[in-house]
Design a protein around this ligand. Structure first.
Ligand code: TXA
Ligand code: MG
Length: 354
């Protein structure tokens, strides 16, 4: 398939919208990461998204809308809390998991009776949805398992030849995917952390928010969680101890994710020790002829880390490094926690403590 590379001009977005309306697939920029879009109400088009990504079909998609008032097509009931969240955070990187209406195809929601909805904060995305005149289902526009694309060139690298068109816009402002918040239970529950934090959400609805158990399991493997089993003797955790052993509520959480081609280890501990351990491991491996890449953000630069993390992984792969050494970010529940969630998955929970 020949993939058309489009711009964010009105004319091109109109063309892209026509492709979506006709059941085709278009990748487009959002403020978080690039999405791979199809008409969310067209089961066949959604099926083609799974195919283009090589994605397991029980992993549901986020449905993107351009006006809050379009949510009525998707869900039968809005609580006061849901409305407050929409008022506070949309358009923006917060996805709400809600009860679904029967008209939303099972293909879109992976057979669940809930639907994930968000309104992206990106002019091109909003314009595309408006012109296509349908809600757009869009997972991140990467081949399943590889790092999410935050730049047009990343999308082209993964999707050229597999989809109808790519809207090549600016780099994504946020750099990690939206916070996914399940609003269908008694307590609002974060299924995937993002730059909108538990604290931000609690402030908006004046109510406690919890984390899905699978997320806490991920954090437990590091000393980020004070309740962690810090004494694990080898100072190392293996993937089999990871959240994979759980049955997470967000089906996407159980799959291999964000993995670079290189082997990757996260080094965790006191800042100075982390730095020297990275130096030591780098020198050791380089002496034996391996190519080593390092990801070490400033200690509290969480927003910057979110912005750069996926693009760094992709750049290091492109440089052909054999090994990536990444310094852990210590943040219990904020944006740093969201970055660590991606970092640990990328490394397959391969952690070394110093
Ligand atoms: O920022 C984002 O959210 C990006 C952009 C393109 O909007 N999209 C994105 O989609 O990250 P994707 O498919 O890569 O991740 C969607 C996540 C998955 O972990 C999926 O399991 C979860 O949301 N999800 C979707 N629908 C759900 C539902 N009904 N219940 C629970 N989790 C759901
Ligand atoms: Mg994804």
């Amino acid at each position: 398939m020949k993939t058309k590379i489009l711009t964010t001009s009105e004319k091109d977005i109109r063309e892209a919208a026509g492709i979506i309306a006709a059941g085709g697939l278009v990748a487009f920029p959002t403020e978080t990461v690039y999405g791979l879009g199809a008409n969310a109400l067209d089961a066949k088009a959604v099926g083609a998204v799974y195919e283009a990504k090589g994605r397991p079909s029980d992993n549901p998609m986020i449905v993107h809308i351009a006006r809050a008032s379009d949510i009525g097509q998707l869900t039968p009931m809005l609580s006061e809390d849901i409305v407050s969240l929409i008022d506070n955070f949309w358009p923006g990187p917060l996805t709400l998991v809600l009860k679904k209406k029967p008209g939303v195809p099972d293909r879109t929601t992976g057979g669940l009776d809930t639907v994930a909805v968000r309104m992206p904060d990106s002019e091109a995305a909003l314009r595309l949805i408006t012109l296509a005149d349908c809600p757009i289902a869009a997972p991140s526009a990467n081949i399943s398992g590889s790092p999410s694309p935050t730049r047009a060139k990343d999308v082209i690298a993964d999707m050229d030849g597999r989809i109808d068109a790519i809207i090549a816009g600016d780099d994504c402002r946020v750099g990690i995917e939206s916070t996914v918040l399940d609003m269908t239970g008694e307590v609002p529950t974060i299924l995937r952390p993002g730059i909108i934090t538990a604290e931000n959400i609690e402030a908006a609805i004046n109510k406690e928010v919890k984390y899905d158990e699978a997320l806490l399991r991920g954090a437990e493997l590091t000393s980020i969680d004070p309740g962690a089993a810090a004494g694990s003797d080898a100072g190392e955790a293996s993937a089999k101890d990871g959240p994979e052993a759980f049955r997470p509520k967000s089906p996407g959480m159980k799959y291999k994710h964000y993995a670079p081609k290189a082997q990757m280890t996260v080094i965790e501990g006191r800042r100075d020790k982390v730095k020297s351990e990275i130096e030591r491991l780098k020198a050791l491996n380089e002496r034996l002829g391996l190519k080593v890449g390092v990801i070490l953000f400033e200690e509290k630069a969480f927003i910057e880390a979110a912005h750069d993390f996926f693009s760094k992984l992709r750049d290091l792969d492109e440089e052909g490094v054999d090994l990536i050494l990444a310094g852990a970010m210590s943040d219990r529940d904020g944006v740093g926690f969201a970055v660590m969630n991606r970092m640990l998955k990328s490394a397959g929970y391969n952690i070394a403590r110093v």
